[in-house]
Design a protein around this ligand. Structure first.
Ligand SMILES: Nc1nc2c(ncn2[C@@H]2O[C@H](COP(=O)(O)OP(=O)(O)OP(=O)(O)O)[C@@H](O)[C@H]2O)c(=O)[nH]1
Ligand SMILES: [Mg+2]
Length: 596
C-alpha cells in the first residue's frame, strides 16, 4: 500500500486537532468520537501539548498524520516533526488570518522545501473573510521568500468542526472528500525501497512504563526488523549497536505491533534505550549518518526546591529532594526541550522554552502527588561573540482600537518596538519586537488594559543584544504576619488596599503572600483578625461586607505575578505564594545582604 506522511501545523487554536479528529472519524479510523488531545492537561486546557501520530486509510492509501501543538512554547516539537514528513497542511483561521506561529511554522516548512497545502478553516465564523486571509497568506509566503513552486500552493476551505471541506468558495460544503483528495493528489508518495540499506531517523520520544524509552521514527529506506542488530550513528560518525525489542506502526489512534516495517512508514520502536532524536538507525556499519535534527535551546530558567514552608508535607505524597530529582530525570527521557542542572545541592535549576512549558511540567507533577516550591522564572542571558544577549519575542496583539494607546505605552516602556499596526473594523492589530524580559509579568496588565477583550500571542525569535534595565511598575505584596484561618471581616478591611489572593476560610501562615498592593509597597497585614467583641449590640454583621472574589493563584498565574524574593509553593491541592524569608527581620537582613 502506498503511504503518505503529513503534519498538521498552525497557530494555536486554529483548529488542527479538530480537523484530525474529523478525518479519523470520517475515514472510519476510529469508531467513536475520541480526540487526539488525550492527555488530562490537554483536555482541561483545550490545547495540544505533545505532537501525536495517527494514521488513516483513504482510497487505498495509508496516510500517517502528525498533529502538532500550536502554542509557541511547544514549537520545538513542530520543528522536529517537519523533518520527517513529506508535506504539511497549514491551517489558518479564516477570520484571524496568519498569526505569529503561522509565520514560524510556515517559515520552517518553506526552508525545508515543502510545498504546503493551505487550509482556510472556520469558514462558518460570521466574521470569516477568506478572500482577505488568502491575500495575507500569499503576502506571507512572498515575504518569507517562498520559491515559485511553493507560491502556487493548493488551497482548501474547511469547517473543521462540522467535518466539511470544499475547493472553491462557490461550491457547497458536503463532506471531507475535497480535503482528502487534495492530500492524495498533492502529497508526494513516500519512497518505497524495502530492499535498500536501512536508514531511519527518530524525531520524537515517548516513554512506556514497561518498555522504557520509545522512539517515533521515520524509515526513509530499507526494512526494519525485530531482533536484528542495528547500528546507531550520531552525526559525528560515532557508532554503537542496539536491538529492537518491540516494533509498532500507527493504526488509527493506537499502535499496532508488527515484526517488520518498511521504508516510507512511521514507526515506534522499543529496545534502544539510549536512542536520541536525530540519530541514524541503519543495518550497515558504514552508512553515512543523516543530518541531525536541531533541538531548540531553552529561553527561561528557574529553581526547583524542596518545599520548606510551614505547611510543607501536608498535601504532597512525594516531597523530598531525592524524589523531585528522580522525577526530573524521568522527565528528561522525553521532554527534549528541557534541561536540568543537577549540580547544586539545594536547588535544581530547570531550563525551559517558556512559562507554559514549565507550568505544564509543574501541573503534571502536582497531579502525580509531588510537592515543591519554585523560584521566579528569569530569562537566560547568553554571551554571543563577546556580547551580552537576551531572548527576544515577536508579539501580535489584537485589541479594540480604543485600548491600543495603553498597550503601546506599556510595551514601549518595556522596550518593545512596534513593527506594524493595522486597523480593521474597530480592531487594531499590532506587532512588536520585545525582549522576553519585558514580557514577563505583562499578561495580567494586558488583560486589565484591554478589559479582557485583547488577544495576545507571542513567540521566541532569537537572542539579541541586551537592552539594559527595563522599567516595570513596582508591585508590592500583601504579606500575612499571622498564621491561622482568614476571616471575612479582616478581608473586608484589606480589599481596599489591593487585590486579594485568598478567600475567607483559607489557611495562611506568617510570611505567606495573600495579595498585592495597589500602591506598590510591601505591606504586612493580619488577615486572621476578627472583629473586636464588645457587649454593645452592633448593627449589621460581618456578612454584610461585600467581598470581591479572590484572584486565585494558579501555577501559571503564580509564576507570572511572583516577585524575586518569593517562592511559589505547589502541592497537589494548592498553589501559594510566600516570601523566601518568612519573618520581617529575615527579609530586612536579606535586603541588607546579611545571610546569617
Ligand atoms: N467556529 C468554528 N470553530 C472551530 C472550527 N474548528 C475548530 N473550532 C474550535 O476552535 C477551537 C480550537 O480547536 P482545536 O482543534 O483544539 O485547535 P488546535 O489548532 O488543535 O489548537 P492547539 O493544538 O492548542 O494549537 C475549539 O474550540 C474548536 O471547537 C470550525 O470549523 N469553526
Ligand atoms: Mg491541537
Amino acid at each position: 500500500m502506498q503511504i503518505r506522511n503529513i503534519a498538521i501545523i498552525a497557530h494555536v487554536d486554529h483548529g488542527k486537532t479538530t480537523i484530525v479528529d474529523a478525518i479519523m472519524k470520517y475515514t472510519g479510523a476510529v469508531k467513536d468520537a475520541v480526540s487526539m488531545d488525550s492527555n488530562a492537561i490537554e483536555l482541561e486546557r483545550g490545547i495540544t501539548i505533545y505532537a501525536k501520530n495517527a494514521s488513516f486509510e483513504y482510497k487505498g492509501t495509508k496516510v500517517n498524520v502528525i498533529d502538532t501543538p500550536g502554542h509557541a512554547d511547544f514549537g520545538s516539537e513542530v520543528e522536529r516533526v517537519l523533518r520527517s514528513i513529506d508535506c504539511v497542511l497549514l491551517i489558518v483561521d479564516a477570520q484571524e488570518g496568519p498569526m505569529p506561529q503561522t509565520r514560524f511554522v510556515l517559515k520552517k516548512s518553506l526552508e525545508l522545501g515543502l510545498k504546503p497545502i493551505v487550509v482556510l478553516n472556520k469558514l462558518d465564523k460570521p466574521a470569516a473573510n477568506p478572500t482577505r486571509v488568502h491575500d495575507e497568506i500569499l503576502e506571507l509566503f512572498i515575504e518569507l521568500g517562498a520559491q515559485d513552486h511553493q507560491l502556487d500552493f493548493p488551497m482548501v476551505y474547511c469547517i473543521g468542526r462540522e467535518g466539511k471541506a470544499k475547493l472553491s468558495l462557490d461550491d457547497e460544503f458536503v463532506n471531507l472528500d475535497p480535503l482528502l483528495d487534495t492530500i492524495i493528489k498533492e502529497v508526494p508518495p513516500a519512497k518505497s525501497a524495502p530492499e535498500e540499506t536501512l536508514e531511519a531517523q527518530p524525531f520524537n520520544l515517548a516513554y512506556d512504563n514497561f518498555l522504557g524509552r520509545m522512539a517515533v521514527t521515520r524509515i526513509w529506506t530499507g526494512t526494519l526488523k525485530m531482533g536484528q542488530t542495528l547500528f546507531i550513528k550520531k552525526d559525528t560518525g560515532e557508532t554503537r549497536t542496539g536491538r529492537i525489542t518491540k516494533l509498532f506502526t500507527f493504526d488509527g489512534l493506537s499502535r499496532k505491533e508488527v515484526r517488520e516495517a518498511y521504508s516510507g512508514d512511521v514507526v515506534m520502536i522499543a529496545g534502544l534505550t539510549d536512542i536520541f532524536i536525530g540519530e541514524t538507525i541503519t543495518d550497515k556499519e558504514d552508512t553515512q549518518p543523516l543530518p541531525s535534527i536541531k533541538i531548540d535551546e531553552p529561553t527561561i530558567s528557574l529553581g526547583f526546591l524542596v518545599n520548606d514552608s510551614p505547611f510543607a508535607g501536608r498535601e504532597g505524597k512525594y516531597v523530598t529532594g531525592r524524589q523531585i530529582r528522580d522525577r526530573l530525570e524521568k522527565e528528561l527521557e522525553v521532554n527534549v526541550g528541557l534541561h536540568v542542572d543537577f549540580d547544586q545541592a539545594d536547588v535544581l535549576k530547570v531550563y525551559g522554552r517558556g512559562e507554559l512549558h514549565i507550568a505544564v511540567l509543574l501541573e503534571q507533577m502536582r497531579r502525580e502527588g509531588y510537592e515543591l516550591q519554585v523560584s521566579q522564572p528569569e530569562v537566560i542571558i547568553k554571551e554571543i561573540d563577546g556580547e551580552k544577549c537576551e531572548p527576544f519575542e515577536e508579539v501580535v496583539i489584537d485589541t479594540p482600537s480604543e485600548f491600543s494607546g495603553a498597550v503601546i505605552d506599556k510595551l514601549g516602556r518595556r522596550k518593545g518596538i512596534m513593527t506594524s499596526m493595522k486597523d480593521h473594523g474597530g480592531i487594531t492589530r499590532m506587532t512588536f519586537d520585545i525582549p522576553t524580559r519585558g514580557l514577563l509579568g505583562y499578561r495580567s496588565q494586558f488583560v486589565i488594559d484591554t478589559r479582557g477583550e485583547g488577544i495576545m500571542s507571542s513567540r521566541f525569535e532569537d537572542f539579541r543584544p541586551h537592552v539594559g534595565t527595563i522599567e516595570k511598575r513596582a508591585v508590592g505584596s500583601m504579606i500575612s504576619m499571622e498564621s491561622g484561618k482568614v476571616l471575612h471581616f479582616a478581608l473586608g478591611n484589606l480589599q481596599d488596599r489591593g487585590v486579594l489572593y485568598v478567600a475567607p476560610g483559607t489557611e495562611v501562615y506568617a510570611g505567606m503572600v495573600i495579595g498585592n498592593t495597589s500602591k506598590g509597597e510591601e505591606m504586612e497585614v493580619n488577615p486572621t483578625k476578627g472583629k473586636q467583641l464588645t457587649n454593645m449590640r452592633a448593627s449589621g454583621t460581618d456578612e454584610t461586607i461585600y467581598l470581591a472574589p479572590a484572584l486565585e493563584v494558579t501555577i501559571e498565574r503564580g509564576l507570572e505575578i511572583m516577585c524575586e524574593d518569593e517562592y511559589l509553593e505547589i502541592t497537589p491541592t494548592s498553589a501559594r505564594l510566600r516570601k523566601k524569608f518568612l519573618t520581617k527581620t529575615g527579609r530586612e537582613r536579606a535586603e541588607k545582604g546579611i545571610t546569617k
